[in-house]
Design a protein around this ligand. Sequence first.
Ligand code: FES
Length: 156
Amino acid sequence: MALTQELISEFDELKTHYPESQAALIPALHRCQEDLGGWLSPDIIEAVAAYFGMEPVEVFSVASFYPMFFLKPVGKHIVSICRNISCDLRGSDELVARACELTGAKPGQNSADGKIYLETVECQGGCANAPMMVVDGTYHEDLVADDVNKILGGLA
Ligand code: FES
């Protein structure tokens, strides 16, 4: 089974917070993604389904619906550049172009060295300071293209 005993214990506890155990599925998938290599492999999907008494396709349908879950291996660093209207009107296309140039990746791909996964996403809730991008959960706002060099250049 792809789940560790530690994760199973966490899921057991998580389920106590919800009226129905399957309501803990999304936080459980987050924990799997964090602890088991950064993405949700078919083995993990099957193991989570078995744990929750669901069919693998049901877990897959949840995991594939939300963009924060990855169904293929991704780099150590997740770079998410917003392409929604506020960011778009304020130049997010230049941020995307610079990030592509620096990483050698197109949105939805890993960098050539495999360290960075680049994606374009819908509004990330930072419109007042557009354009912006999120790197490993940290917001970077009011950006110009040169800021992308500094931020991505600082990633180990
Ligand atoms: S449109 Fe980019 S954060 Fe909202």
